[in-house]
Design a protein around this ligand. Structure first.
Ligand SMILES: Nc1ncnc2c1ncn2[C@@H]1O[C@H](COP(=O)(O)OP(=O)(O)O)[C@@H](O)[C@H]1O
Ligand SMILES: [Mg+2]
Length: 361
């Protein structure tokens, strides 16, 4: 989608270079492109490595967030910039599905659901990644008894590339560890957050499905993850507080984009009948007071195998594949990969395009 000799407009996020600059594309590769170093008043604009830029090609209505990853002066002063995959020539046909898994309230089983869903999808043959974006209380690695050396914080510190921090978990899932007790997702500024998003983009080349454990609650960055995803799963238990909080986050989604179709997962239900009743009630309330359409993705039964597996730091779909909870997760996985025709027909913009739009608001 980019062409050689095209002019790009650049808006750097830099203390020194705050203006609007332009450069000419002189090389395009898979995940990077090279432009001539911009000039201002006859002086080269020395954007430093790590500078984030908004890149625009107005004629083509192309706009994306990029990062300066190198500077060279031979054969001519130029900048090497990251290229979002959707603008490179080597785009795979199959679009990676980003699924945000969120909840109004913590402790509803979101992380344990995410892990077991990820493993189930991975065993069904889908290359599945889990991003532990619950930076405040990240614990995907803990629950999987993994001891990652690096985590998302090392990306934020610019010390590591996302591919350096991924570790393989049980059942074939790939995990991007979050690192507990570190910076809260809610505290990241726009540019740190966009750095994170850019690094997630790299994963599109490797993953069929990317599950993002977003952390609970309504912080701006959690909401931005949610809004940018291809699918949103809201996990709740039938407990009244959890339902109230789930409804609150659905309401925020509705305010931001009423075309969203979040899917509800009822966890820890006593029976399919309880799941049916609670789900029906939530959908009724949503229909009545909100514009967006809430759908059901299924339920997970209260099951003692879940806690038993957690205590052994093993996922229940692997330790007890026949358990009620495992069967429920399998049903949900089936629904995700074989949605109704109506869902499949829907063409949505890519995660990053949507994110970019949010970012530019
Ligand atoms: N289906 C279930 N049956 C029984 N207990 C469950 C179930 N799902 C979750 N739990 C319990 O809930 C606890 C919290 O789960 P967790 O995934 O850490 O929640 P969250 O990520 O939402 O904070 C787990 O330690 C587990 O004991
Ligand atoms: Mg959690």
């Amino acid at each position: 989608m980019l062409n050689l000799n095209e002019t790009v407009h650049l808006e750097p996020q830099s203390q020194i270079y705050k203006g609007s600059y332009s450069g000419t594309i002189i090389n395009i590769a898979d995940s990077t492109f090279i432009i001539t170093m911009p000039y201002e008043n006859g002086k080269l604009v020395l954007l430093s490595v790590g500078t984030m830029l908004k890149v625009d090609i107005p004629e083509k209505e192309i706009s994306f967030i990029s990062e300066v990853i190198n500077r060279t002066f031979v054969p001519e002063p130029s900048l090497v910039l990251t290229l979002p995959i959707q603008f490179s020539d080597k785009k795979t046909n199959k679009q990676t599905k980003f699924i945000s898994i969120t909840s109004g309230k913590g402790g509803v089983g979101k992380t344990s659901f995410t892990i077991n869903l990820g493993i189930t999808l991975s065993r069904m043959g889908y290359r599945t990644f889990i991003i532990d974006a619950d930076l405040g209380t990240a614990n995907v690695d803990v629950l999987l008894n993994m001891h990652p050396k690096y985590n998302l914080n090392d990306i934020l510190n610019k010390e590591k590339d996302i591919l350096d921090i991924i570790i393989e978990g049980p059942g074939g899932i790939q995990v991007v560890p979050g690192g507990s007790g570190l910076q809260n997702l809610a505290d990241l500024d726009e540019w740190q957050f966009s750095r994170l998003i850019n690094s997630f983009q790299t994963l599109e080349k490797y993953a069929d499905i990317i599950l993002i454990d977003t952390g609970a609650g309504l912080s701006k960055n959690v909401v931005n993850f949610i809004l940018a995803s291809d699918e949103i799963i809201v996990v709740t238990t039938p407990e009244p507080h959890a339902i109230t909080d789930a409804y609150a986050i659905i309401k925020v989604m509705d305010n931001r984009d009423s075309s969203l179709k979040p899917k509800l997962v009822l966890n820890r239900v006593e029976s399919p009948e309880e799941a049916r009743q609670v789900t029906k009630k939530m959908i009724q309330v949503t229909d009545r007071f909100l514009t967006l359409k809430l759908d059901s993705l299924g339920y997970i039964l209260e099951d003692s195998h879940v806690l038993k597996a957690i205590k052994r730091l093993r996922p229940f779909v692997l330790t007890d594949p026949q358990s009620p909870a495992s069967q429920c997760v399998k049903n949900i996985a089936q629904k995700i990969v074989h949605p109704e025709e109506t869902n499949q027909l829907e063409v949505r913009k890519s995660f990053f395009n949507r994110f970019k739009e949010l970012f530019n608001k």
